[in-house]
Design a protein around this ligand. Structure first.
Ligand code: CA
Length: 140
């Protein structure tokens, strides 16, 4: 499969889409992210993922979010990736510019709707109660 997506829309328009199951990222992806983090002097705390078929060709891909602690603190930052699936050995990936933690992912054909955690006024920084939405449209 070819990781090709046109645009990460900033419009807050959640689509009518089926929610995908969040799991731990597959071990080969987690191991690769951990090794990459270590090489950069960082640490991987965890990696969550959503398995999906981006272009409807019967092969699976993974949307993965790595979770990284700031050294010496209790806050974390995230990095988000699209990976090819197991059939290609998770061989290729693309980083998605997404500065927030993913709460949920849903797919409606070529449109992926991402629900992100957002801090609302008065929320403690640990525990955002707000949401925002992004859509990712896959182009064949
Ligand atoms: Ca696919």
């Amino acid at each position: 499969m070819r990781l090709a997506f046109a645009a990460l829309s900033l419009l807050a328009l959640p689509a009518l889409a089926g929610p995908l199951l969040q799991t731990d990222a597959p071990e080969p992806i987690r191991a690769a992210l951990a090794a990459e983090a270590q090489a950069e002097g960082a640490l991987l705390e965890g990696a969550i993922g959503w398995e999906l078929d981006l272009e409807g060709d019967g092969t699976t891909e993974w949307l993965v979010q790595g979770i990284y602690p700031f050294i010496g603190g209790n806050a974390v930052y995230v990095r988000t990736f699209l990976y090819d699936g197991a059939d290609t050995g998770f061989a290729t990936r693309a980083e998605v510019d997404l500065p927030r933690s993913l709460k949920a992912v849903a797919q409606d054909g070529p449109t992926i709707t991402l629900t992100l955690y957002e801090l609302k006024q008065g929320d403690p920084r640990c525990c955002p109660t707000g949401e925002s939405y992004r859509t990712l449209t896959i182009t064949p």
